[in-house]
Write a protein that binds this ligand. Sequence first.
Ligand code: NDP
Length: 386
Amino acid sequence: MRRRVAILGATGSVGRSTLDLIEADPEAFEVAALTAARNVDQLAASARRTRAGLAVIADEALLPRLRDALSGSGIRAAAGAQGLHEAATGDADWVMAAIVGCAGLEPVVAAVEAGKTVALANKEALVTAGALMIDAATRSGATILPVDSEHNAIFQCLAGQDRDGVAKLFLTASGGPFRTRTTSEMATVTPEQAVDHPNWSMGAKISVDSATMMNKGLELIEAHHLFGLRSERIDILVHPQSVIHSMVEYVDGSVLAQLGSPDMRVPIAHTLAWPKRMKTEVERLDLLSIGNLSFEAPDEQRFPALRLARQALEHDSAAPVVLNAANEIAVAAFLGRRIHFSAIADLVADALNAMNAAPPNTIADVLELDRRTRSWTSHRIADRAA
Ligand code: NDP
């Protein structure tokens, strides 16, 4: 039977990799819906190629252009929050959540509440509303399959194992492009240098997060929600080759690891075919040519974002919302050359100190705190520039 898929964020790095796998096997998949924020041309081209049922553009002002681009194709066009909701909850049984940032939260929650199989790349959704999402999945019977390579690795290492036998998780980290740089060297790096990741090809936001190591901090929070372990049982290990994608240590001393080439199509394919396997054309892992695998402890002095994320997780459920929103605004400001690289973590720390909020009980509470933190951080950036 063909699997009906929807891809939220189809024009991004994860979305394109997902389309690549789906288009290589048209017998196995049909496309129910594709979405984008503003990239009408790419969205329309992908929708036409895959004969999608629905194409959604988040920016409502662009709906007439999308309609034009799809005219004569028979593909339905929609826009805005309602369109995204329809893509997430429509007749797809498998939904790829690959919108970047907290902007993806509402459609992801809608897909979870509709009981879909959700392949989750959008880590910011779990970081900001992890407990609410896991509760919603329990109520609706939705399955959440982790796409992030580290969490997908852990998910694979846990399959068929006794969960009570888990001692700890090891999240591996490449260390990003500035792994060996000093704090003063990092102060002057450019956006171009920050997005130039040594191993992975990714969207701009997550590439900057990898450079500050906030990405690993977000992943720590993500792992806590996905696998139900407290922060002290999740270790971070810098592994510059990005060959071991993460590991699980069991109480008997066994450590299970998942390995592969650093190509997001591997974890995406795992979630697309789950619980089976599908063939891919990705480069095979050649351990002989790699030769050595090395490991280092993360340096929280040079990469304070990692410490801030762990503290936020250990504090309360409001702190990760603040951490994430301040980080999103600060990363956008860095990419727009309005602040220096080192100011990203400073702004996140300032927001965590300044924002007072009760732990959110609903998605509406999360979105309100997200909105307030974005506003606070934007003003802070403007004040610093004045
Ligand atoms: P990209 O920036 O490459 O793509 C983001 C996608 O989201 C695009 O389709 C974009 O549309 C859409 N989008 C952006 N803003 C909005 C919005 N406000 N409303 C609706 N849609 C929006 O991101 P990535 O693919 O790199 O990352 C996606 C998610 O996956 C992130 O959460 C990231 O952390 C996670 N992830 C990514 C990995 C990777 O290898 N890239 C690895 C592991 C996790 P448009 O093109 O029109 O702007």
